[in-house]
Design a protein. Sequence first.
Length: 84
Amino acid sequence: MNSGAFTPQEAMDRLAEEMDITMARMQRADEAGNVYGGCGPRLNEPKDPSEWLGKPDGPKAKLDNEKPQGETVNYDELVARWNQ
């Protein structure tokens, strides 16, 4: 449940940061003491989001209007479009 203290984006960014911290700790433990038999997590270096967003098969940038206003469509026109 979100108390409203964070926006959804802030909450997801915070969760991602906390996971990175945890995974980095696991990586250090594995590298130092073979805690996970050499199979512990290995984090990549952080990259600028534009590098990922610029790839054709990568994630898409956030839209200016993520939830546009709905529109009413005439039922007969809609059925006609489906039949094309």
